[in-house]
Design a protein around this ligand. Structure first.
Ligand code: HEC
Length: 108
């Protein structure tokens, strides 16, 4: 009898954990409705490379960039030297999403 009770408790906790995981997962996978990675691949890899460290046309190495999010948004919005402004191509939300994505690029 005791075994059955322990077993039932185990099953219940697994079920509860499973429910929690399935509830929280979609949230953590979609930080924003806009996919910053997709935008990055579309507009930024030509100079910065897929890992952010290619440096074509003198592009800054994003994996070691010390810029904060709002500073990145500023560079992407208005451009800087060889880097073009993206405000005509991307709206504010997209610029923020791609800026956030560049924060995740880290040296290997
Ligand atoms: C035409 C090539 C080119 C493209 C395309 C490009 N960049 Fe850049 N990027 C540069 C260059 C060059 C710099 C360095 C500018 C300077 O020296 O002031 C730079 C700098 C940056 C910086 C500042 C990093 C730092 O630490 O100073 C960020 C952030 C950045 N780019 C993000 C992006 C994102 C996001 C995209 C796509 C939306 C993008 N770039 C597309 C060339 C490019």
């Amino acid at each position: 009898m005791r075994i059955i009770l322990i077993f039932a408790a185990l099953i219940t906790s697994i079920l509860v954990m499973g429910a929690k995981i399935s509830v929280s997962e979609p949230m953590s996978n979609t930080p924003s409705a806009v996919d910053g990675k997709k935008i990055y691949k579309q507009y930024c890899v030509t100079c910065h490379g897929i890992y952010g460290d290619m440096g074509a046309s003198g592009a800054a190495n994003l994996t070691i960039s010390k810029l904060k999010l709002n500073e990145r948004i500023e560079v992407i919005t208005n451009g800087r030297k060889a880097m073009a402004s993206f405000k005509a191509l991307l709206d504010k939300e997209k610029i923020k999403a791609v800026a956030q994505y560049t924060m995740t690029l880290k040296p290997e």
